[in-house]
Design a protein around this ligand. Structure first.
Ligand code: ARG
Length: 273
């Protein structure tokens, strides 16, 4: 019998995809000449929000801005740990203006936002994992930003190098299950980074390329429920075998921009008692 997992209530920040589109290509998933169905995107996104709420989580929304088609990917705007907000400096010039409405949201909620000097894309590459922060580099967030994150939070930062352009953000190749464990796709990482992950997480759930390409690693876990792409069938089985409860949510319209469940979700982490 797998052990019974305990969920922890979360606070998520999301952004309605009212102005979602693929207008430029900054990752291999994006093809501006292929149409995006905004109505379908809105329906899928609403289902994600409803699913979070149905599982007891708080969901806040930031108002979408016309002309910022990737703003729906809330994860990229910041990483929040212990109520402290480390903002983003987007790699693509097209995305840089997203920082303004997100910062405004944080300000009205009473948070100050730290402005990084180096390129970094929030929780897309900076993944708080219990006692440390896992940090991706290679395509977007820079190593300099990793040091800035460590200096800012005073938390060890583990730098990991991504090598496959389909997995350009850390959160497309790895997600945190709970304070102890993660799931990831090893081939998305450089050999040395793979070794680091194997040392830190000897018991990790390892995903296949197929599940990774189905956005299976772009999942959100509350410690028990794993909100996961329905295409990642093998991974969902593995998670169920470990006592987690996979909750499939289809965000396929967003894959056209290179994003899935986790990309659309930023977690606001307060100090834990
Ligand atoms: N089109 C966006 C980009 O390439 C997708 C971002 C996905 N977000 C994420 N957290 N992986 O920047």
């Amino acid at each position: 019998m797998p052990e019974s997992r305990v969920p922890r209530r979360r606070r998520y920040l999301v952004c309605e995809p009212r102005h979602f589109a693929v207008q430029y290509a900054i990752n291999p998933w994006m093809h501006p000449d292929e149409p995006v169905d905004v109505i379908r995107a809105l329906d899928q996104w609403q289902a994600l929000v409803d699913t979070y709420r149905a599982h007891g989580h708080t969901v806040d929304t930031v108002k979408p801005v016309p002309g910022l088609p990737d703003m729906v990917f809330a994860a990229n705007a910041a990483v929040v740990v212990d109520g402290r907000v480390f903002g983003a400096l987007f790699h693509a010039l097209e995305r840089r203006p997203e920082s303004v409405p997100y910062e405004a949201w944080f300000k009205t909620e009473g948070y100050d936002v730290y402005h990084p000097e180096s390129v970094c894309e929030g929780e897309g590459d900076l993944v708080p994992a219990g006692r440390w922060i896992l940090a991706g580099t290679g395509f977007r967030t820079t190593r300099e930003a990793h040091s800035e994150v460590q200096e800012y939070f005073g938390t060890p930062v583990i730098s990991l190098t991504l090598v496959d352009p389909y997995f350009y953000h850390l959160d497309t190749a790895l997600f945190v299950l709970d304070d102890e464990n993660i799931a990831y796709y090893p081939e998305a990482f450089s050999p040395g980074s793979r070794e680091v992950l194997a040392r830190l997480y000897p018991d990790a759930v390892l995903a296949t390329r197929e599940d990774a390409m189905a956005f299976g690693l772009n999942s959100v876990s509350d410690g028990r429920h794993v909100f996961i792409s329905p295409g990642a069938t093998r991974l969902a089985e593995q998670l169920a075998g470990r006592g987690y409860v996979p909750v499939p949510v289809d965000l396929s319209e967003f894959y056209k921009a290179g994003g899935g469940i986790k990309c659309c979700t930023q977690e606001i982490r307060e100090i834990r008692s």
